[in-house]
Design a protein around this ligand. Sequence first.
Ligand code: CTP
Length: 412
Amino acid sequence: MEGFKISLNLNHENLTEDQHLILNLTNGYSNNRKLKKLTEEYIQITDGDKKFVELKEKTKKEVSERLAKECDSFGKEKDIIYVDGVFDIMHSGHFNAIRQAKKLGDTLIVGVNIDEEVQKVKGPTLMNDEERTLLADSVKWVDRTETLTPYTTTVSFLNKIGATHAAHGDDIAVNEKGENAYQELIDAGKFKIFKRTEGISTTNLLGRLMMIGSSENDNKFYKPLVGNYLPTGWRFKEFCNDKNPKSDDVIVYIDGAFDCLHPGHIKALKLAKEKGTFVYVGLYDDGACEQVYGKSNPVMGLMERASNLLSLKYVDDIVIGVPRKVNEDMLKSLGIHKVLAEEIYNQTENDQYEAPKKMGILEYFNVTPKLNNQFFIDRINKNKEVFIDKYMKKSKKEEEYEKNKSYNKKEV
Ligand code: CTP
């Protein structure tokens, strides 16, 4: 409907019977300028359109639905929520935080805290400002992203970016001075809380990543917290798009482990979306990931990886637990038009993309970093002592949080 000109000076005498009908639908609100404008917009759509009759019923329904919605929120101030964070090794807890924050208002701004300040409070991150922003900006619930944001959020900062409230999980964020990073907003009544997602954290993932390729002795040392993310049916449904391809969609398929997401994954998924109009991602199950990438893989379980993918704006739907060898039956059943595979698979002998190749629908692509966890492992190894230290300190704090957390806050 966007793109149609809205005329505020309609000559009501010239309206057809049907246009009057639509106008009458909104008679009760005729003193309301905003709703009147909306009605006129719809009349403008139907005016002079050859498919007028077909459109009439649809338009009537849409007008009444949209008006009902507008009436509900009319007169209410819009809540513009700001949810910020470090979002390092973006995980299901972060995605679930953003999902819940969106529900607390009308518009959502995500802020990605600046490296320099994060370093002082939490130590080094594995991903830099630009990488963390790219990930946050790819989340489907996000309306706008602010990068290089301060760790402590003030009222003047909220005003500057045009937000009405900040939101955070029910864990307290303590700043460099040892104070609550949102205290000023709490005092001003501009703070909203959502439930922190259990059993998943950046520290937890750092521990799991450090297990990859480490010796038995190291394994004893790291003792990563056991991942305890709960993919209940209700929560998983909240991540899903409830979307099926339409008959004129160009359906693209891309598969893999999609473990800890990094800029390479985002580039590949964005490319997939550019190649068509509906993107299916086939997700290897945990056993297949271990076969491909070795012991201690994947770092995130199947349902965590599934939820993460469904949080991204480039993904329309996923196929959970696909075999590594793409099969013709699945391609036909899902009506797939194009299959994308990383260029490295062009050289392998055991060709897992044999079926789409034969069907003439396979395209290779090249992105950096490659779609595996090496991106993170290399960064840990460059600064190993520092990350071990960070892991040990943070995991102690998280154990404390786990012990003392309350179960009062309900997830939205
Ligand atoms: N968050 C959450 N559930 C988690 C982890 C984070 O709801 N399991 C929320 C936090 O409460 C915060 C936002 O996600 O509102 C961003 O968190 P971030 O600053 O990245 O870090 P932490 O809270 O320290 O979490 P992590 O250690 O996992 O990065």
